[in-house]
Ligand binder design. Sequence first.
Ligand SMILES: Nc1ncnc2c1ncn2[C@@H]1O[C@H](COP(=O)(O)OP(=O)(O)O)[C@@H](O)[C@H]1O
Ligand SMILES: [Mg+2]
Length: 368
Amino acid sequence: MASVTLKKLNKVFGHTHIIKDVDLQVGDGEFVVFVGPSGCGKSTLLRLIAGLESISAGELCIAGEVVNDLPPRERGVGMVFQSYALYPHMTVYENMAFGLKLAKTARETIEERVMATARILQLEELLHRKPKALSGGQRQRVAMGRAMAREPRILLFDEPLSNLDASLRVQMRNEIARLHHRLGSTMVYVTHDQVEAMTLADKIVVLRDGRIEQVGSPQTLYQQPSTKFVAGFIGSPTMNFMPAELVSSGNDGCKVKAPGLGELALPQDAGGEAPGGALTLGVRPEHLRLAEARGDNAFEIVNVEYLGNEVYVYLEPKAGDTLLIHRSEAPSRWALGQRVALVPDLAHVHLFDAHDRALGVAKRSRAA
Ligand SMILES: Nc1ncnc2c1ncn2[C@@H]1O[C@H](COP(=O)(O)OP(=O)(O)O)[C@@H](O)[C@H]1O
Ligand SMILES: [Mg+2]
C-alpha cells in the first residue's frame, strides 16, 4: 500500500497540452475516482501514474519517493483496463501467474500468490479454464486477479466495467467496493460514469479539459458543487438551471428573482456580486416542489415518467425552451397537461456567477 502525490503534473502530446498543472494527494488505502467527460484526460492521468506515459513537467511521488523516471514495473502499480486482454491460450491460473513468471518469482511464491488471489476473487473453481469458457464478469475478475497477484502497492483501473452489460456492471461495482473494504489497498479508478464515481469513491476528482475542476467526497460534490460544470455532471437526472437576477444581498442572505419562480430569499451570501447582476440558479429535481398554479407562475407538465419507486415530471416554462425536472416518490398526484407552480427548497438552491462559479458555498458548508 502507498500514497500517491501529484505536483503540478503536466502532459503535452506534440503541441497539444492535455494535462494541466494537476495537484492531487491520494492517501494510503484511499479509493479515488477520476471522472469527467470523454477526452478530458482521465486515462492520460492514470497512465502518467502507471508510468505508461512520460511526464512533461511536474513531479509524481509514490510512498513519498519521486518516481518520474522509474519504469512501470518498478513503480509497484497494477493496472486493469477496459479490454481485459487475457491471453486466450492460457488458463486462468497461467494468466494470473504470467506477470510473476516474467518477474522471475520463485515457483512456490507464484503458487501462493495466485491461490490467495483466486480465493479473494472467488476464482478457485475456474483456475483450469481458458478465457473463452468464462463469462464477461469472470473474465473481468481474472483481469483484476492478474493485476492483484503481483501485490502492487497501488491498483489502477481504467473504465474496467464499460464493456459489461448493465446488470453485470452493478454486480461488479459492488464486488470492487467489497474488494477495497477487504484489501484496504490504494485504488485509483477512472470512469465517465458519475454513478460509478459516486458509489465507489472515498474521494472524487472531477476533470475537465485536463484540469481538476473539483475534488471532494461524493457528498461534498453533490451538496456543494463549486462550479456549474460539477453541479450538472454529478447527479441524475441532472440539476435544473435557469437564468436569475440578483435583487439584493446582505449579511444573512440574498434575494434573487427568476422567471416563473418570483423573488426568492436565500440563506447564502452573494459573494460580492452587485445587485442587478446576471446569475444562474440551480436546483436539483428532488428540491423542487409542485403546487397549484397561481397567477403568472405557471409551468406546464409536458411529460410524466413513472419509474416504479419514483416519478419524474417534466415542466415547460411559459417562456423559454429548457425543460425542468421534478422528482418525487411514486405515486404522483400530478398529470400530463396540468399547469403548476414551482416551489424550490430554499435551503438547497445553488447560485452561479457569470463565470459559472458557485456563490455562497462556504456559508452553506458551515451550516451543514
Ligand atoms: N498518445 C497520444 N497522442 C496524442 N494525443 C493523445 C494521446 N493520447 C491521448 N491523447 C489525447 O488526449 C486527450 C485526452 O485523452 P484521454 O486521456 O484518453 O481522455 P479520457 O480518458 O478522459 O477519455 C484526448 O484529446 C486524446 O485525443
Ligand atoms: Mg479513457
